[in-house]
Ligand binder design. Structure first.
Ligand SMILES: Cc1cc2nc3c(=O)[nH]c(=O)nc-3n(C[C@H](O)[C@H](O)[C@H](O)COP(=O)(O)OP(=O)(O)OC[C@H]3O[C@@H](n4cnc5c(N)ncnc54)[C@H](O)[C@@H]3O)c2cc1C
Ligand code: SF4
Length: 518
């Protein structure tokens, strides 16, 4: 097909749909249809994404374009700096329609409600049929999730996960879970030690295509959050698969045991560091789970590791997507605890004397990555204890991580981390005092605050904020059965002690409000 001839269908591939198995490509005719891929300013800036995230996606898109061409597809690829680029999906589809005169538009559903909403008017505005197919990279469709959720009093991940195990047959012995239990999380809570062998994720040297993208991002997005270099992400399916193979060989064995651990200077521990690849389409979720199951069945990984890993993908990842499509658009503005404080400046700079927060934010600036416990029990925990507005917290998480897309980030932030949905997703708020962080990490040893001091100058801020959170949110939380124990402890506490906690916490919150150093 030459550049100007009419095509039958225009197949729009979005930036996080970089898989040859996309339903849109499977339904297209390579000889008569034409693929459209666009780099648009609107998507790169609707929140000011981390520079590494933009570079990863543009480079992965450009590499995918090459793969499609080699596979025989005709591709129209619009670069960010191409002349006439309108900067939006709709504008670029309009231009392509004028250029190519297609009979219709075909695409796989986008991952975000906002984008899907924007597409609702396309058919009418463009005067062409727009066919939106379901995204078959997921093991549970939004419709299946809705059916699962209908009539249930509680939408707990654990029940959903067990049903998904049955559905896929992953880690099943007939009707029963392998090992006789669905969940081995109790074995997965060991703190790590700095003398353990620590693998590191596979690093890929930027090729010419990536270097061009890095220059583009440096020029056009200089004021966005985060460091652009060193850039070592995989940007092709082949390299992403090699990165996962590296994880299977070096890290899976210890993945479960040290899943919740944190160590100073160790950014990745035994985590897979594949979420950015998986969410963009470079890796396939079910294939990863099968590979992990095989590793277990071949005796290369213990069950607590294999089950723990599969639960994250088959359970949590599918579940949060289900919640997202079930509850949007209202979910984005949930604020059950009526938290109104602004996000502290140190979320952008990492400049705080709290070692745990400084570590998590600094590595986020450097790598566009922090592992789950850093997100949940350090930055998330602090924001929740301090009463930060969940929509500001949500925007931060969406902006700063290379793996962040609203369908996965929003339920993790609003539901799991900030309890802003009032307990739809989590059965209790994920809060802790400094004790938990001290148990799971070595951060407290080199912190300017003392974790064992509960109140007054120099006390770990998490300690007083923890009790202040429970105290001020008592009207919302007093009937939560999982908080019975801490509320009983609070009620038994001497009034003078309670007042010390209150005044220490209020001094901390006041410093946050005055934007003073913490
Ligand atoms: C506040 C908050 C925000 C988050 N935002 C995102 C996000 O924007 N994008 C994202 O992919 N994950 C998000 N997560 C989930 C999780 O932290 C990341 O998936 C994980 O840290 C990615 O690193 P990894 O690949 O090394 O994961 P590993 O720890 O090695 O886990 C393996 C895989 O399991 C999946 N997974 C694990 N936990 C979750 C979860 N809770 N929800 C969905 N998938 C999960 C991921 O695909 C991950 O790659 C968030 C968690 C919290 C608490
Ligand atoms: S003492 Fe408190 S603030 Fe410091 S690292 Fe430990 S938990 Fe974090």
């Amino acid at each position: 097909m030459n550049e100007t001839s009419d095509c039958r269908k225009l197949v729009l591939i979005l930036g996080d749909q970089l898989s040859p198995d996309m339903s849109s490509l499977r339904h297209a005719d390579q000889k008569r249809d034409r693929v459209l891929m666009v780099e648009v300013m609107e998507e790169a800036t609707y929140v000011r994404h981390h520079k590494k995230k933009i570079a990863f996606l543009f480079s992965a898109m450009r590499h995918f374009e090459q793969e499609l061409r080699i596979a025989g597809w005709s591709v129209d690829y619009v670069r960010l700096d191409a002349s006439g680029n309108t900067g939006s999906f709709k504008g670029e589809v309009k231009r392509a329609v004028a250029r190519l005169n297609p009979e219709g538009i075909l695409l796989t559903e986008p991952g975000e409600w906002r984008v899907l909403e924007g597409m609702q008017s396309w058919q009418e505005d463009l005067g062409l049929p727009v066919e939106i197919l379901s995204d078959q990279r997921f093991m549970c469709s939004p419709a299946e999730f809705r059916a699962w959720a209908t009539g249930r009093k509680q939408l707990r991940m654990e029940t959903f996960y067990q049903d998904m195990r049955r559905k896929t047959g992953l880690l099943m012995d007939g009707e029963n879970p392998v090992g006789g239990k669905w969940n081995f999380d109790k074995e997965n809570r060991k703190p790590a030690r700095s003398d353990l062998f620590m693998p590191s994720p596979k690093r890929v040297r930027p090729d010419k295509v990536t270097r061009e993208v890095l220059d583009l991002v440096e020029n056009r997005f200089a004021d966005h959050f985060g460091s652009l270099e060193p850039f070592w992400f995989a940007v092709t399916k082949q390299d992403a698969e090699a990165a996962f193979e590296g994880f299977l060989e070096a890290s899976l064995e210890n993945f479960g045991t040290y899943q919740d651990a944190m160590l100073e200077g160790e950014k990745f521990l035994y985590h897979a560091v594949i979420s950015a690849y998986l969410n963009a389409g470079l890796l396939d979720a079910l294939t990863l789970c099968r590979q992990v199951e095989t590793a277990y069945r071949e005796g290369k990984a213990p069950l607590n590791a294999a089950e723990g890993f599969i639960r994250q993908i088959l359970g949590w990842r599918e579940y949060v997507r289900g919640i997202y499509w079930l509850k949007m658009p209202a979910y984005a503005s949930e604020n059950a605890l009526e938290a109104r404080r602004h996000l502290p400046d140190f979320y952008w700079t990492g400049k705080t004397r709290m070692k745990c927060v400084a570590e998590a934010v600094t590595q986020t600036i450097e790598e566009a990555y922090a592992h789950h416990i850093q997100r949940l029990m350090v930055t998330g925990n602090f924001a929740l204890l301090a009463g930060v507005d969940p929509s500001e917290v949500h925007e931060w998480y969406l902006m700063v991580y290379a793996d962040a897309y609203e369908w996965v980030e929003l339920p993790n932030t609003i539901g799991m981390s900030q309890f802003a949905d009032g307990g739809l997703l989590a059965s209790k708020p994920y809060i802790s005092s400094g004790n938990y962080i001290n148990k799971m990490s070595d951060y407290c040893r080199s912190c300017s605050y003392e974790v064992s001091r509960k109140t007054g100058e120099g006390a770990c801020p998490f300690n007083a904020l923890y009790w202040h959170f429970l105290d001020r949110n008592e009207p919302h939380l007093r009937n939560n059965p999982r908080l019975g124990q801490p509320y009983a402890t609070w009620r038994k506490m001497a009034p003078e002690k309670q007042d010390q906690y209150r005044s220490t916490a209020e001094a901390i919150l006041n410093r946050l409000d005055q934007r003073e150093e913490l």
